[in-house]
Write a protein that binds this ligand. Structure first.
Ligand code: ADP
Ligand code: MG
Length: 695
């Protein structure tokens, strides 16, 4: 299994290099674990009259072309052909390589068409299907894996078929029952799983749908089991090693704030979460809690009251934000509350002047400053606390585990950590992605919020959209206009926002406009943002840099250009920038007219709901958790090959249960099995378990 892939028949040095650089495939094992992204059924030919639904899976049809017609001009040109299986007709369309294709297929010859039909304009359509001449002497292919390939691999001649050939060569060389088992025998028996060799064969060359099904079941379980084992063991260790401050007092600061400063009652969810936090901090274990709450759900207040608990117990508290603007906004909010109960708050960011910085450093060391708000500057080495009791981190996905750990190292006893995020992640996913964090959820908005109106509009509705913007501007409101970030090219990115800026200045003559994009220096960016925050400028044209946390209650319109390029969670974050004041607010998603059915569905979800959890669940289902913000930076970076945390929630639960039974000694394993687990953890996470610590 560990042999270099270059020794596999059909690979060699050159191909081995590309496989390594593009797909991280270095060994036989790597190739076997590079699974098809989906499977297609080539065991039978469909009849056109048997097609159903609006969209079908990939299928094949046998038949003949009747005629070819070129339509349109220039870039809009396309080629269509009628294709018949002898009974009914369907249509085949090509948008590129038209000249070549037109001359390639002859009427009267029998072909096999393979693709994903969709029903449009009253007919079944195939767009750019795979086409081969029908060869009656070839045996039917059965199930076939379709492998995900990168652009570079395609250019270098890799196809799904080549990948099939390579995996077939490999499966033929290995004797499958000799592939070392990766799961303990006890678990295989308990879960009634098929052996590894049979499962690998089932993924690449299934004999039947049932075989594929069993293969998936086995490999998903394996993947999730090791993931859960890894995470659970990690957090057990942390719990054993770290002792937290014991915060028993609810004292003067908290009570005075609650009874005489707090201008509104807490929501039920805020109360519940505060109870959870207090419970954590009372027990002597160190709190590590993820606080999820939709934008505007009032997380900052919960954070502040948590910090007051620290202050009441003679400890300090820190609030860390991802940008200077956010840190400054938080500082203003907290200062307003804290000054009324005699608690001292300071702000420390990268642009804090040297003299001020020195004063703050002294205040933190002496304990005179109770609450510090800041950016990354807080985890710089020069900052020393007298006794940091609570650290709050706003917007998890910009801070990784490593940075959290640096905060811990700031004091003898690790501070309690509260991580706040508005990126709503379903619970099963959160427990796994942030495995070592407990989760609290604020699932209720403060009363009296007006739901944001969300519209989907196309380029030809622009005038209507701009008229609406004028109305809002005249009513004294402010407006955001956001352009997508094109990550491959910062230049292009700059261009789209800058061009947008020019256009907006021309359309809204006499209105002051700010421009913020990723290539500006932080100071310049902050200055532009500040002009908008203060109301000096009325329109803010920006790339996604404004995504997190900025609070301008007077802004009532959020226009998102090329909305189809954004993920749903990102759109939701952006939308959360409006609807913060008392007025009715609008989010307008601008998109090109030609968007796919999928995209329409995606954007449709945005217009139908403002519930962040529903949205993130939909996002997860549509895009898979690999793309989720935060997974990369969570510090438990892993990629799932067969399972999907959103869809396989049930397997996650069973895998987690199995792992925890092993860790707490409820499931006893033979020494051989323990060796299997350690070897596999080593392969997957470069580590093993210290079994002497298992109870
Ligand atoms: P987020 O969770 O997005 O950080 P904030 O903490 O910024 O939300 O709160 C949004 C707004 O709601 C703030 O103006 C805050 O003062 C207000 N708010 C928070 N809690 C309540 C509450 N229980 N009742 C009314 N308004 C609240
Ligand atoms: Mg916030």
């Amino acid at each position: 299994m560990d042999r270099d892939i270059k020794y596999l028949k059909g690979v060699g040095d050159a191909r081995a290099k590309i496989l390594a650089s593009e797909l991280d495939i270095h060994t036989f094992r790597d190739l076997l674990y590079y699974f098809p992204s989906r499977h297609v059924d080539r065991s039978k030919f469909y009849h056109i009259r048997d097609l159903y639904g609006v969209e079908m899976p990939y299928i094949q049809i046998r038949g003949k072309f009747l005629n070819f017609v070129k339509e349109g001009e220039g870039r809009k040109q396309r080629l269509t052909a009628a294709f018949t299986d002898g009974d009914r007709l369907c249509q085949v369309t090509w948008f590129s390589k038209i000249q070549t294709i037109a001359g390639m297929y002859r009427p009267g010859v029998e072909y096999v068409l393979f693709g994903k039909p969709s029903f449009k304009f009253n007919a079944w359509q195939f767009v750019h299907p795979e086409i081969e001449a029908y060869d009656p002497s070839r045996p039917p292919e059965g199930f076939r894996g379709i492998y995900g390939l990168t652009e570079i691999l395609r250019k270098r001649g890799f196809t799904s078929r080549l990948m099939q050939t390579l995996t077939s060569n490999l499966l033929n060389t290995l004797s499958l029952d000799k592939i070392p088992e990766t799961l303990p025998a006890e678990i295989i028996k308990e879960r009634n799983l098929i052996p590894l060799g049979k499962a690998l064969l089932g993924m690449h060359r299934p004999e039947s749908p049932a075989h594929l099904q069993k293969a998936m079941e086995r490999l998903k379980f394996e993947e999730l089991f090791y993931l859960e084992l890894h995470i659970l063991e990690f957090s057990r260790k942390r719990n054993l090693q770290l002792k937290g401050h014991v915060l028993t007092k609810v004292g003067e600061a908290f009570n005075r704030f609650y009874s005489s400063v707090l201008p509104f009652p807490l929501t039920g969810a805020q109360k519940r979460v505060l109870r959870e936090i207090r419970e954590d901090m009372r027990t002597g274990r160190q709190m590590n809690r993820l606080l999820q709450g939709d934008v505007g759900s009032g997380k900052t207040l919960v954070a502040f009251m948590t910090m007051l608990l620290a202050v009441d117990n003679g400890l300090q508290a820190a609030l860390m934000a991802p940008t200077e603007i956010l840190a400054a906004q938080h500082a203003v909010t907290l200062e307003e509350w804290a000054s009324r109960i005699g608690v001292k708050v300071a702000l420390l960011t990268g642009s804090t002047r040297v003299a001020e910085r020195r004063r703050i450093a002294e205040g933190l060391k002496s304990g005179e400053i109770s609450i510090i708000v800041g950016t990354h500057a807080l985890i710089e080495d020069a900052v020393e606390f007298r006794n940091l009791g609570v650290a709050v981190i706003d917007e998890q996905h910009r801070f990784g585990v490593a940075q959290r750990a640096r905060l811990w190292s700031k004091s003898q006893t690790a501070p309690h950590v509260l991580v706040m995020t508005a990126t709503p992640i379903p619970r099963t996913l959160a427990m796994t992605v942030y495995g070592d964090l407990d989760v609290s959820v604020i699932d209720e908005l403060p009363p009296g919020r007006k739901p944001i109106q969300t519209w989907l509009r196309y380029d030809d509705n622009r005038n209507e959209v701009y008229r609406h913007v004028w109305n809002e501007l005249r009513a004294g409101r402010q407006v955001y206009i956001v352009y997508p970030l094109i990550s491959e090219s910062e230049k292009l990115d700059l261009k789209s926002a800058e061009e947008g800026y020019q256009r907006i200045c021309e359309i809204f003559r006499g209105v002051s406009v700010s421009l913020v994009h990723g290539r500006m220096k932080p100071a310049e960016k902050d200055a532009q943002m500040q002009r908008f925050v203060s109301g000096e400028t009325r329109i803010l044209v920006a790339t996604t840099v404004i995504e997190v946390g900025v609070n301008v209650p007077n802004a009532s319109v959020m226009i998102i250009e090329n909305a189809e390029r954004f993920g749903l969670s990102q759109l939701h974050q952006l939308r959360g920038r409006v609807g913060r004041g008392a007025d009715l607010s609008y989010c307008i998603l601008m998109s090109k007219h030609q968007i796919s059915a999928d995209t329409k569905k995606r954007l449709g979800i945005m217009t139908e709901t403002t519930d962040g959890f529903l949205i993130s669940e939909a996002d997860l289902k549509l895009r898979g958790p690999g793309d989720m913000e935060g997974t990369q930076q969570s510090g438990l970076a892993f990629s799932l090959k067969v399972s999907n945390l959103a869809r396989d929630g049930q397997i996650v639960a069973v895998a987690r249960d199995t792992a925890s039974r092993i860790l707490d000694g409820r499931m006893l394993l033979m020494p051989d099995s323990i060796a299997v687990i350690n070897r596999e953890l080593g392969v997957r996470f470069s580590r093993s378990i210290d079994w002497s610590r298992i109870s």
